[in-house]
Write a protein that binds this ligand. Structure first.
Ligand SMILES: Cc1cc2nc3c(=O)[nH]c(=O)nc-3n(C[C@H](O)[C@H](O)[C@H](O)COP(=O)(O)O)c2cc1C
Length: 210
């Protein structure tokens, strides 16, 4: 089994990477592979709300040149997903938001969302304040896509400023490892499970202004 981790930090060797590597170490103990997908310094445009994916329903974005469609493919092929972002102004990084808006919106326009029922977890890295709003923002994508959340016994915020400092956050790193163990357990149980998932029902859409 394989987990894909989206790294929303501009620092390829920063704190978010360190957090993802903790997941990798722990998941490896359960025979689960982790691939990191670094958004890094890529220029990823925001959603232009062009409606292309709504019309084609093919699950991909009209813009094929900045790693979003590649990310959609990678998430679709993986059994699990981790979203990791640094906190920027009490939210997720701008690059991460652009990536997630487009990837999750396009995927959700397919007749059945390819991300549906995959096991997912999220965490953020922060120097001091704004961790929880950023976590909440990541969860909005995962829950809209009907993903199965792996959680821990505290909210997933790692504290640190300079690259690698989060590894000194002993409580935060323990929570990340706990989430990874829960993720492995849920993934194994879903894989071995005998019950089919509920069928996808047609989506109800209602506008408040008619
Ligand atoms: C543009 C920008 C905005 C930031 N905003 C916050 C913030 O709102 N609160 C905070 O505590 N730290 C903030 N930070 C610090 C980072 O969240 C922190 O250093 C984090 O560990 C960086 O993770 P990374 O190494 O993976 O990029 C900000 C950093 C940058 C570059």
């Amino acid at each position: 089994m394989k987990v894909l981790a989206i790294n929303g930090s501009p620092h390829v060797n920063g704190n978010t990477t360190a957090g993802i590597e903790l997941f990798k170490e722990e998941l490896a103990l359960y025979g689960i592979e982790l691939e990191r997908y670094d958004l890094g310094l890529n220029v990823i445009r925001g959603c232009t709300a062009c409606g292309h994916c709504v019309r084609t329903k093919d699950g991909f974005c009209v813009f094929d040149d900045d790693g979003v469609n590649e990310g959609i493919k990678k998430i679709s092929e993986a059994d699990g997903l981790i979203l990791g972002s640094p906190v920027h102004y009490s939210g997720i990084s701008g690059t991460m938001k652009s990536f997630l808006d487009r990837a999750f919106y396009a995927a959700s326009r397919a007749p059945v969302n390819p991300f549906r029922h995959k096991v997912a977890a999220a965490f953020v890295c922060v120097r001091r304040a704004g961790g929880l709003p950023a976590v909440q923002s990541l969860l909005h994508y995962l829950t809209y896509a009907e993903m199965v959340l792996a959680t821990g016994s505290y909210w997933p915020v790692l504290y640190g400023a300079a690259s690698g400092e989060v590894l000194q956050d002993t409580e935060g790193t323990a929570v990340i490892r706990e989430i990874a163990r829960n993720m492995a357990w849920i993934m194994k149980n879903l894989k071995d499970g005998k019950e089919a998932p509920p069928e996808k029902q047609a989506k109800q859409s209602m506008n408040f202004i008619r």
